[in-house]
Ligand binder design. Structure first.
Ligand SMILES: Cc1cc2nc3c(=O)[nH]c(=O)nc-3n(C[C@H](O)[C@H](O)[C@H](O)COP(=O)(O)OP(=O)(O)OC[C@H]3O[C@@H](n4cnc5c(N)ncnc54)[C@H](O)[C@@H]3O)c2cc1C
Length: 421
């Protein structure tokens, strides 16, 4: 590849930036990828607990429907241009076989995120993209109302096309400190406020709960009388509150609700039973286990370390023999099992989120090209955009698909520009 003209610059070597650089370079256009870390793909390497849940199985329309409607609409075009099957085929071509778990999450068969990162780097290098690590971009240069280059490590780099793939604002130690958002704001883009998402929820809990898991419980965020969001999934109690897939899933709505007032966390330990069915189940347990203590028979609904606390809230001594349980006590236990307010949320720590919600407004980016509608020459891809999907490989797929489209479109534009010179 001959570099007669300044290359397309891609800022950020995560999933979005690597796909953009590869796609652009594979169309014969010179590309430099600038990454501030000593290596690319740092967040890819920690994704999925080091196993990297690269995407989600099913039709790409099913994948799309997991996003909020406005995000899903924005992603439609990119998802169809570079789908989950395209990603799986690309990885396979690079000898990274994948498999889908029964819950639809797709991982490399080796269970190693680094295999995914290596494959993407190899693709870029083979296509001719130049990867520069330790290159922290400080700002975007604008001349006569369009992008003219970037400043990196105190040096000016000319470019007529710049793809911003700098990620979100969580896990700042991985390099994602929101630089791209600052440049977006400086170049006239609206930034949708950044909030935590897929993050643990800080709520004061008794230390005896630490390390306890509630399988398939329903956890709800409540603001006053309103249930903001609920999720039935596994919940893990930690030293600082609640984590696990159920808690992470509702953290985004909890963070939003917390901005307007107090928010509580409510547990339903028997989500598959309505109040009547639960009362009947309790009655049959009472008939069957007459001689036992109530504290020992409730562990069919919840981990036994939590039972004394539930009994405390219900006002029932856990040592009460089942035969001696009054109707009121039984009803109180049933009420607590269905609707147990475990505490007031203190914080949803932004930095601990697997993603950050908010970012460059989708209104200011063309979903067919990823070009900015505000600043000619600029594109935005991946988590820097106002997109935050659920757990399950959705966020990486969004990064890969938007990166692919931006790389391809930047290559087309660059070829046109160079022809006119
Ligand atoms: C612990 C954890 C686990 C996760 N697990 C999964 C999972 O299994 N599946 C899934 O789909 N999603 C997962 N995610 C989310 C997913 O990793 C991100 O949504 C995705 O990596 C975003 O890709 P990106 O390319 O937009 O940004 P990033 O991967 O964050 O890349 C942005 C890059 O830009 C660089 N950069 C920033 N500023 C500058 C600058 N000024 N100059 C140069 N470079 C700069 C950064 O160093 C970084 O390397 C996880 C996230 C975390 C934190």
């Amino acid at each position: 590849m001959v570099e007669s003209q300044p290359p397309v610059l891609v800022i950020g070597g995560g999933g979005a930036g690597l796909l953009a650089a590869w796609r652009c370079a594979s169309l014969g256009v010179p590309v430099h990828l600038l990454e501030r870390n000593p290596q690319v793909g740092v967040k890819l390497l920690i994704s999925g607990g080091g196993k990297c849940n690269v995407t989600h199985a099913g039709s790409i329309e099913e994948v799309r429907s997991a996003f909020l409607p406005r995000e899903g609409r924005f992603l439609r075009h990119a998802f169809h241009r570079f789908s989950n099957s395209d990603l799986i085929a690309l990885l396979e071509q690079e000898q990274v076989k994948t498999f889908a778990r029964p819950n639809g999450r797709v991982f490399p068969l080796s269970g190693r995120a680094r295999d995914v990162a290596h494959a993407l780097v190899k693709l870029c290098v083979r296509a001719g993209a130049r990867i520069e690590c330790g290159a922290r971009v400080e700002g975007i240069r604008v001349v006569d109302g369009r992008v003219a280059g970037v400043s990196v490590n105190g040096e000016q780099r000319p470019a007529s096309r710049v793809i911003v793939a700098t990620g979100g604002c969580s896990y700042r130690k991985t390099g994602t400190t929101g630089d791209g958002l600052r440049w977006a704001a400086e170049t006239g883009h609206t930034i949708v406020p950044i909030r935590a998402a897929l993050a643990p929820i800080r709520v004061p809990l008794p230390h005896e709960w630490q390390g306890v898991a509630l399988r398939g419980g329903k956890v709800s965020v409540r603001s006053g009388d309103r249930v903001v969001e609920s999720r039935t999934d596994d919940i893990l109690f930690t030293h600082e509150g609640v984590s696990g897939p159920g808690a992470l899933a509702i953290s985004r709505s909890a963070a939003v609700a917390l901005e307007t007032g107090p928010v509580t966390l409510v547990l339903d330990c028997a989500p598959s039973l309505d109040h009547d069915a639960l009362d009947k189940t309790l009655q049959s347990i009472i008939t069957r286990e007459r001689g036992k203590m109530i504290g020992t028979v409730l562990d069919v609904f919840l981990p036994n370390r939590l039972v004394p606390f539930l009994c405390g809230v219900a006002g029932v001594d856990p040592a009460t023999r089942v035969y001696a349980l009054t109707r009121e006590a039984r009803k109180a236990i049933a009420r607590c099992l269905k609707e147990w307010t475990i505490g007031s949320i203190e914080e949803i720590p932004l930095d601990r989120g697997e993603v950050s919600a908010g970012g460059v407004s989708l209104d200011h980016v063309d979903p067919r090209t990823m070009f900015s509608r505000r600043m000619p020459g600029l594109s935005f891809v991946g988590e820097v955009l106002d997109i935050a999907g659920p757990i399950g490989g959705y966020n990486l797929q969004a990064a890969f698909s938007t990166g692919y489209v931006a790389g391809e479109e930047a290559a087309k534009e660059k070829k046109n520009e160079d022809c006119q010179l």
